[in-house]
Design a protein around this ligand. Structure first.
Ligand code: GDP
Length: 290
């Protein structure tokens, strides 16, 4: 990790250690405090921040730097390794035939993400299709169809059918020629019993290879309980964080990742189909600390 990736105040604190042959407990506390401040500001769960702080402190005080490594570089390496451990690696997404189901609350960005992911897979030489099963939100069908056209990918939906399970079934049949099928589902303002029951039924019909939870970057602390509910209902394999082009840094999503024992797959940062990137730990860490 290069120092430029760290926030400027943390970079300053680390730079103050230049030339020191030993780091005191106080030096390490200063660094940990800087990291804590940035992460809490970025909405990272307090418990996760505490665990990270403890790990950094313990390692920095107990482990000896390898020969030839300055204490400053050593603590920088520990900080980076522990941060990577916190944010996790990118969700594995083999470039092969698969079905992916998207879940999440109303407005989290599922429909937009479905089109973005389809576009992304198409850039990898695969043939994607979007299956739109959201029968609750007026406009979901038109929005999804229009975005599929913009992404130049196949689309299936049925505005006259009100059973999402039937749409899913018909959609799988209609998109047989596609390599990657992305199934969009309905959201609600909250995860109530009706939504849970519906999404379970769609999941049983679709038998997806992966279930991804779509979370708004501004989600904050409530991401955790939401993730737990989706995890219990369908099992979550990865998280997509949307709206990172706003002021929110998306740290709240880490609680969801932790809760579902999953990883982050994609980051969304805009309203067009191309505003998507694969999650990658160091870029996300810079964003959290920056
Ligand atoms: P859904 O209800 O979960 O399907 O959410 P939508 O995909 O309809 O997204 C809700 C709103 O958020 C729409 O106005 C989208 O254009 C917007 N949106 C989705 N993703 C992003 C993003 O990454 N950045 C920004 N700025 N807006 C987004």
């Amino acid at each position: 990790m290069v120092l430029d990736d760290l926030g400027s105040s943390l970079r300053g604190t680390l730079d103050d250690l230049r030339g020191k042959s030993r780091l005191s407990e106080e030096d390490i506390e200063d660094i940990v405090k800087e990291i804590q401040r940035s992460l809490l500001q970025a909405d990272v769960d307090v418990g996760l921040v505490q665990d990270l702080s403890d790990s950094i402190e313990t390692r920095a005080l107990e482990e000896e730097p390898p020969a030839g490594t300055t204490p400053r570089d050593w603590v920088l390496r520990i900080v980076y390794e522990e941060l990577v451990d916190l944010v996790g690696e990118s969700t594995e997404l083999p470039l092969e035939e698969q079905t992916i189901m998207l879940a999440g609350l109303y407005g989290s960005g599922k429909t937009t993400t479905a089109a973005k992911m389809a576009w992304w897979f198409s850039t990898k030489g695969l043939r994607p299709a979007i299956i739109q099963t959201d029968t609750d939100r007026p406009g979901a069908y038109d929005q999804s169809k229009e975005m599929a056209e913009r992404a130049e990918v196949d689309f299936y939906g049925d505005p006259d059918e009100d059973d999402p399970v039937k749409i899913a079934r018909d959609g799988l049949e209609a998109t047989e020629n596609a390599d990657v099928r992305i199934v969009d589902t309905a959201g609600r303002d909250g995860l109530n019993e009706e939504l849970i029951e519906q999404i379970e039924r769609i999941e049983q019909e679709v038998q997806p290879d992966r279930d991804l939870l779509v979370l708004d970057a501004a989600m904050g602390q409530s991401a955790k309980s939401q993730a737990a509910d989706f995890e219990a209902a369908i099992g979550i394999d990865g998280v997509v964080i949307t709206k990172l082009d706003g002021t929110a840094k998306g740290g709240g999503a880490l609680a969801a990742v932790n809760e579902t024992d999953s990883t982050i797959a994609f980051l969304g940062s805009g309203e067009t189909v191309k505003d998507i990137e694969r999650f990658e730990p160091s870029g996300f860490i810079s964003r959290l600390l920056g």
